[in-house]
Ligand binder design. Structure first.
Ligand code: FES
Ligand code: FES
Length: 162
């Protein structure tokens, strides 16, 4: 398959590369850019471990081609930075991670949820469970993850009201 020139912004930095037409965005991030926080589990769109934000929306990086990221803005877990610190701390405090393999994907998905909810109503457990339903965790039983997202989301809501 033909190589394709792309220009993509990843975590705020612009990259110009020529990529194989069949190279996945996940492999591009991990192997070309050495951003190994994007994990690969199932590699066919089921587990959510490879989730990244593309133009602010979460996508499965194993299902997207690097060539499709041309001209777009990608944020990986490394790029969440300080924005995700409250959630990282809450996940640790509430035992929302054990091996941590799924955690980057959950951080991406939860960040999208929290951003979408910034001016909205308090998060509900049902809403959080639905939002994270595309991310699989084999260790935690999800309860701590749900509690962490609820705590961060609803603290933000409280701060916005003051
Ligand atoms: S590795 Fe992409 S969804 Fe599982
Ligand atoms: S913490 Fe191990 S898979 Fe989620």
């Amino acid at each position: 398959m033909t190589d394709i020139p792309i220009e993509v912004t990843v975590n705020g930095a612009r990259f110009r590369r020529t990529v194989a037409g069949r190279l996945s965005l996940a492999d591009f991030l991990r192997e070309e850019l050495r951003l190994t926080g994007t994990h690969l589990g199932c590699e066919h769109g089921v587990c959510g471990a490879c989730s990244v934000l593309v133009d602010g929306r979460s996508v499965r990086a194993c299902l997207m081609l690097a060539a499709q990221a041309d001209g777009r803005e990608v944020t990986t877990v490394e790029g969440l930075g300080e924005q995700a610190r409250p959630l990282r701390e809450c996940l640790a405090r509430r035992h929302g991670l054990q091996c941590g393999f799924c955690t980057p994907g959950f951080l991406i998905t939860a960040t999208e949820l929290l951003q979408d909810n910034e001016s909205g109503k308090p998060l509900t457990e049902e809403g959080v469970r639905e939002a994270i339903s595309g991310n699989i965790c084999r260790c935690t039983g999800y309860q701590g993850i749900v509690e962490a997202v609820l705590e961060v989301g609803n603290e933000t809501e409280t701060r916005d009201d003051t």
